[in-house]
Design a protein around this ligand. Structure first.
Ligand code: ADP
Ligand code: MG
Length: 777
């Protein structure tokens, strides 16, 4: 018997999918695979698990006693959706749970489990039958994330096995049900792929009452400054158009913060702020703004990560990769002065929305805005299909998305902001038509849309390193990866490169069969090279350090990049905010004093930042990676408090994740290698000289294929250098010269002969990041 509150009962009734409950449940009972297509917001994610639950799935006494599993490409969706479903069913989080890499609420009582697709993939290598599940819902399949694609392939095999085994003895194991859910109709890669499913699964289209959305293209396409364009557009909508929420698509956290700040200044949501104060030291702290204030300190920047294996979707991290932001605040400010003051506009309730925002802050988009205020959510493409924001009438779409591009043959990756696909643009527009007719303002011209937008987004498997999944698949005894039923198979070169790399690090033998080392590596939820470092890390009692290093490398550089220290990119020229107020109030002297004061403070902060970097690099800076080790050790030593993070310019959220991952890896090591004795010692001593040497070797072994040699040595001449600036290195994967990134601790020293690097990244040049010196014998 399900208990639902009156209010929830009523909102549920309005969801289009509830009309199809019976048809859906019939299809599921008659078929092992069912595909459900339905517009974002039609109720797929929140309702399907409940349909299954009410039909007896997850009930030990029923025919389908196993739990109901739902996968999500994004962590935030896994967490927030499990909360929502728990609430709708009036069950606690032990029964309706989630599991993501760092965190879980699952228990022995769990009946509905939301998880990232990476989590389920890892479970598969331990239990290929997925015997604890009765149904698996694969959500957001249209996104075509790497893990989702692989999961669908693997599960098609699990399905057969479960069927065969249950036919042998039904009392032992029951068949499994698969539900694939998509927000678009582009599903032929799943339904028409005979290698995947020999009987094409039935497709149920949820008839979402979608209201018409008028599309307005810009006459011209602004080349760089779409943040400014967006700001202007929002101002116009808010001052001139009737009520209705605004949803704005931007590409990353930095842009979102800038835009939110500007909007909040222009249209304070609390009326008492309408007479703007001249200098505001603190962001407003009315109720809904308080977390944005907090957001200042854990603003996340430059978060490249090397976590390529079975971790969570990259998307979570992309939001924070702000190396290449082209948008500045300048031109927004210009425009700000133009908006006529006699155009009355009520308060605007501005909320940011991106993956790493705390769940609590994310949940606010579901709450109604304060009385009389208009809701304006500024989001990444997380709002494209994963989360549905109620009450949106206007969509402002910059037409861009941030993506990691990866060149499989050279290993060089770059983060680019590029045009979305036509399909994405339509999804975004569709967000305006959920509750009534809407409008979508595209900040690009129809010519650009027609000529430069691809029809569909390229599946992730074609643009990302796949060695992690290949190893995982080998560990599931899927030997011939080339025969695997990928929805869209990766190209041969990419498969070959992945296998080559796995051979290099000893995970595969010369016949590409998994080795025992490879099997051991596959037990860790990490990129294969990190797993290798752990496995060889037992010398000289180095394991606790290696665990800390690998955790930090998996989460990504925890340091805040210096120029973001006070949240602005501008080196000088003061804060635009103040300049606006300066013009408006003409209180020159006071203002000037303030500006000078702020500049001085920024200078001081910057000096402190570099001092911290030096401190963590040690007296002998030989490795960026050992710098991470040092800061992780110091953080634990401090008891893991926020003050430490602030003083040391590291991101609190990253440090917390590193802490959690350390705990998890320690547990896995304890479980797998009974002979070693590891625990997390909060007062871990810094490594000795011998240990440091060993750690450098372990790091080198993990990155054995990523050695770079100074170019003059390759050429046979030895020069002497006074700095690393402009000194070229050669690597084995690419013919291009590569350089030491300015953020490296090695940048200011002499250029070493040999280094290993953690990653190559292209901006104007190809840069090495995460560098460690290899000391010659
Ligand atoms: P779909 O998966 O088809 O895109 P969802 O099941 O995610 O649809 O959403 C259905 C409805 O539930 C939407 O109108 C959405 O706004 C609402 N909803 C989802 N999560 C919450 C929440 N945490 N609080 C309130 N409403 C929510
Ligand atoms: Mg959904």
């Amino acid at each position: 018997p399900v208990k639902r509150s009156q209010e929830i009962q009523l909102t549920r009734m309005e969801l289009p999918i509830c009309e199809d409950e019976q048809a859906i449940m019939e299809a599921i009972s008659e078929n092992s695979v069912v595909v459900i297509c339905g517009e974002t917001g039609s109720g797929k994610t929140t309702q399907l698990p409940q349909f299954l639950y009410e039909a007896g799935f997850g009930n030990p006494e029923s025919d389908n006693p196993g739990i109901i599993g739902i996968t999500q490409p994004r962590r935030v969706a896994a967490m927030s959706m499990s909360k929502r479903v728990a609430q709708e069913l009036s069950l606690d989080d032990q029964r309706v749970s989630y599991q993501i890499r760092y965190d879980a609420t699952v228990s022995s009582k769990t009946v509905i489990k939301f998880m990232t697709d990476g989590v389920l993939l890892r479970e598969l290598s331990g239990d290929f039958l997925l015997s604890k599940y009765s149904a698996i819902i694969i959500d957001e399949a249209h996104e075509r994330s790497l893990n989702t694609d692989i999961l669908i392939g693997v599960i098609s095999r699990v399905l057969r096995l479960r069927k065969e085994l249950s036919e042998e003895d039904k009392s032992k194991i029951k068949p499994l049900k698969i539900i694939i859910m998509s927000a678009t109709l582009r599903i032929s890669d799943f339904t028409q792929n005979r290698r995947l499913f020999d009987i094409p699964p039935p497709v149920i289209n949820v008839n979402a009452r979608q209201y018409p959305v008028s599309i307005h293209f810009n006459k011209r396409t602004p080349h760089t400054n779409y943040v400014t364009e967006a700001f202007k557009k929002i101002c116009k909508i808010h001052t001139r158009l009737p009520r209705g929420g605004i949803l704005v698509f931007m590409t990353g956290q930095n842009e979102i913060s800038i835009l939110c700040k500007k909007l909040r200044n222009k249209f304070p949501s609390d009326r008492t702020h309408r007479n703007r104060t001249v200098i505001r030291e603190e962001p407003p702290i009315d109720e809904h703004n308080e977390y944005i204030h907090k957001g200042y300190s854990d603003r996340i920047v430059d978060h490249e990560i090397e976590e390529l294996a079975m971790g969570e979707n990259d998307q979570d991290y992309l939001d924070h990769h702000d190396d290449f932001d082209t948008n500045s605040e300048d031109s927004i400010t210009e425009f700000e002065n133009d908006v006529l003051d006699n155009e009355y506009a009520g308060p605007l309730y501005v909320l940011p929305l991106y993956s790493l925002l705390s769940t609590r802050a994310q949940m606010r988009v579901f709450e109604p805005p304060p009385e009389g205020a208009r809701l304006c959510v500024v989001a990444t493409n997380i709002a494209e299909t994963s989360l549905t924001i109620p009450g949106v009438t206007y969509v402002v779409d910059c037409g861009k998305v941030k993506e990691r591009r990866y060149n499989a043959s050279t290993g060089v990756q770059s983060y680019v902001i590029d045009w979305i696909s036509k399909a994405s643009a339509d999804q975004r527009a569709g967000r305006a038509g959920r509750t009534g007719p809407g409008h979508c303002y595209r900040l690009y011209s129809s010519a650009v849309f027609n000529d430069q937008f691809q029809q569909f987004t390229v599946p992730e498997i074609h643009r990302t390193p796949i060695e992690g999944v290949i190893l995982q698949m080998k560990a599931m005894n899927i030997d011939t990866v080339s025969n695997f039923p990928f929805p869209t198979p990766p190209d041969r070169d990419q498969l070959k490169k992945a296998e080559k790399l796995l051979r290099y690090i000893g995970a595969l033998d010369e016949n590409n069969q998994i080795t025992s080392l490879g099997r051991a590596m596959a037990t860790f939820p990490l990129a294969p090279r990190f797993s290798k470092m752990l496995i060889i890390g037992q010398q000289h009692e180095c394991l606790p350090y290696v665990i800390a290093i690998v955790s930090a490398l998996s989460v990504g550089d925890p340091f805040i990049k210096d120029y973001h220290l006070d949240g602005t990119d501008s080196d000088d020229g003061g804060d635009e905010d103040e300049l606006v107020d300066y013009v408006q109030t003409k209180e020159l002297n006071e203002i000037q004093k303030e500006i000078i004061f702020k500049k001085e403070r920024r200078k001081l902060m910057r000096k402190k930042f570099f001092d911290v970097q030096k401190k963590h690099s040690g007296l002998d800076p030989t490795s960026d990676i050992l710098k991470f080790l040092n800061v992780v050790g110091a953080y634990e030593y401090s008891g893991g408090n926020e003050k430490f993070c602030e003083d040391n310019f590291v991101r609190t959220k990253a440090m917390q994740e590193i802490h959690k991952l350390r705990g998890q890896i320690t547990k896995i090591v304890q479980a797998n290698c009974q002979e070693v004795d590891v625990c997390i010692d909060p007062k871990m001593k810094p490594p000795s000289a011998i240990q440091l040497e060993a750690l450098r070797q372990i790091i080198a072994a993990g990155f054995i294929d990523q050695v770079a040699m100074r170019k003059d040595l390759v050429d046979g001449m030895t020069k002497t250098f006074s700095s690393t600036r402009g000194i070229a290195y050669s690597t084995m994967w690419t013919n291009e010269d590569v350089f030491i990134h300015p953020s490296s601790v090695l940048y200011h020293g002499k250029p070493p002969d040999f280094v290993v690097y953690q990653e190559l990244q292209r901006t104007n040049k190809v840069w090495m990041k995460g560098i460690t010196i290899i000391k010659p014998e």
